[in-house]
Write a protein that binds this ligand. Structure first.
Ligand code: NIG
Ligand code: FE
Length: 475
């Protein structure tokens, strides 16, 4: 199908406020033009579309800039894919701005003093955002949002002095969640996960990665991944799915990690890949879980099935997860509390996105990842929530950004890059999500009246998100 833009000349009898953005199929057009004249054809096309105009925006945050050609605004393709090092401290924004959304995409945007006006009001909703900020939706590139039950009893045990590892050795932790999940029907899992989806959606998340890893056998991992697929099909969020069979060794393979991995590689991976249920393959590379060598083995097997790696790396100790991830061209390595100087060097020579999970770090009282060193070394950095019952029972990205500032001394500009464009990159979504650009998905949120974008990570305990728009529709 060849799509060509309708030029302003073609729509001269009816001026739309963003004439250069309407596309049509040339074949469809040639057929249709037998019985409609040019202008009424373009009107009927336009009338079927839902449009939103947000005007008088206090600050339009994370805008792509002039690309040299055409309208002078950035477009999704060819725009920044990630933001690295010192560049993370500069956040491109437009003050006193407008943005137009059409057919689920960002159609145009600019400063109010160059606003072209509205001549076609059909299907157009106008929102006045005086004193408010408009952000591209958060991209949460690491969650375990599908789970059964909860683990607040273990939380109490930790508060009394037991460590995460000690609880796991007693059969708690991931194995506790696995035992519960295996007993839980698919429908119940879906319903409870959708409650969490609705919660994070209203907190501004527009794209999310969700992992399996509480099934730990073929049947239960498939159950989790089918729930993730159903969320993808039924929620307005953009969803990426990760197979995390190597999250822990299940009790039936206790003391036989090699046996479990043979089963995972020979039976689980092919079945999951043949149903097209996963985009990525992840491993918890950690003492008492999976070694660097075992991690490499799983990631290489996943790659053979077309699943790009992600790694839970250096969370509780230095275990070689970053090196394994970089070796296999992982899209991201996540956690990083125990990352070393040589890990920073590995990452510098890679396309892997280092990702921190400040909620899990705080909840487990872990040391901070060497974030300032990473940024000084020119690395990009993403922030995600790790929403899960054991190490971070929250998917609130506003809170995660606030924690990014408090725990890592990141600036508001840096955490906003980390929770938008860089975390979109960690899900291979930066051409379509994570910033304001023509043609990107119309996923954004409008805040309450606030003095500026820094107020958001500063007010770490408040939900300042007032209006959520996903796929060009108000939620
Ligand atoms: O990312 N570290 C491994 N996995 C999760 C925790 C899972 C759990 O405790 O249930 C994490 O922190
Ligand atoms: Fe995790």
């Amino acid at each position: 199908m060849k799509l060509i833009p309708i030029s302003p000349a073609l729509t001269e009898t009816k001026q739309f406020y963003i004439t250069h953005l309407y596309y049509f199929d040339i074949n469809e057009f040639m057929n249709a033009s037998h019985f409609v004249n040019l202008s009424s054809f373009s009107i009927s096309l336009v009338n079927r579309r839902m449009k939103i105009l947000i005007k008088n925006i206090g600050v339009l945050v994370q805008t792509e800039e002039a690309s040299g050609e055409g309208s002078g605004k950035g477009s999704g393709e060819g725009s920044r894919q990630k933001v690295c090092g010192a560049r993370m401290s500069v956040l491109p924004c437009l003050k006193d701005a407008w943005i137009a959304l059409d057919s689920g995409l960002i159609a145009d945007y600019g400063p109010m003093d160059s606003f072209p006006g509205i001549s076609d009001w059909s299907n157009l909703k106008v929102i006045d955002a005086t004193g408010k900020c408009v952000f591209p939706s958060w991209c949460d590139s690491h969650t375990h949002l599908v789970y059964a039950g909860s683990r607040e009893n273990e939380y109490s045990d930790r508060l009394k002095g037991l460590s995460y590892q000690e609880i796991a050795i007693r059969g708690g932790g991931i194995l506790n969640s696995a035992a519960l999940l295996r007993k839980t029907p698919e429908k119940e899992l879906y319903d409870s996960a959708m409650l969490r989806i609705k919660e994070v959606l209203l907190q501004g998340t527009g794209a999310i990665e969700i992992k399996s890893g509480y099934g730990l056998d073929l049947e239960s991992e498939l159950k989790m991944l089918r729930v993730i697929k159903k969320i993808k099909d039924t929620s307005p969020l953009t969803v990426k799915s990760t197979f995390l069979g190597a999250h822990a060794v299940p009790s039936e393979f206790k003391g036989n990690t090699a046996g479990y991995l043979n089963y995972l590689i020979a039976e689980m991976l092919p079945a999951i890949a043949s149903e097209g249920l996963a985009d990525y393959c992840d491993v918890f590379c950690e003492k008492n879980y999976f070694s660097k060598e075992e991690t490499l083995k799983v990631l290489e097997a996943g790659l053979k099935h077309g699943l790009r790696p992600k790694v839970h790396a250096e969370q509780l100790s230095h275990s070689g997860g970053i090196e394994a991830g970089v070796c296999c061209n992982a899209i991201s390595v996540d956690h990083l509390e125990f990352a070393s100087d040589s890990d920073i060097e590995f990452l510098r020579n890679s396309s892997t996105m280092p990702t921190i999970l400040p909620g899990a770090q705080l909840f487990l009282q872990l040391p901070s990842a060497p974030v300032r060193k990473m940024i000084a070394a020119g690395l990009p950095l993403a922030i995600a929530s790790d929403f899960n019952p054991g190490s971070c029972p929250s998917g609130n990205m506003n809170l995660m950004l606030g924690l990014g500032c408090m725990l890592y001394k990141m600036t508001p500009e840096e955490v906003i890059h980390a929770g938008t464009l860089n975390s979109a990159y960690a899900m291979d979504l930066s051409s379509s999500h994570g910033s304001i650009a023509i043609g990107k998905k119309a996923n954004l949120f409008i805040t309450r009246e606030i003095p500026g974008y820094s107020f958001l990570p500063y007010s770490f305990g408040s939900n300042l998100v007032e209006t959520v728009i996903l796929n060009g529709e108000i939620q």
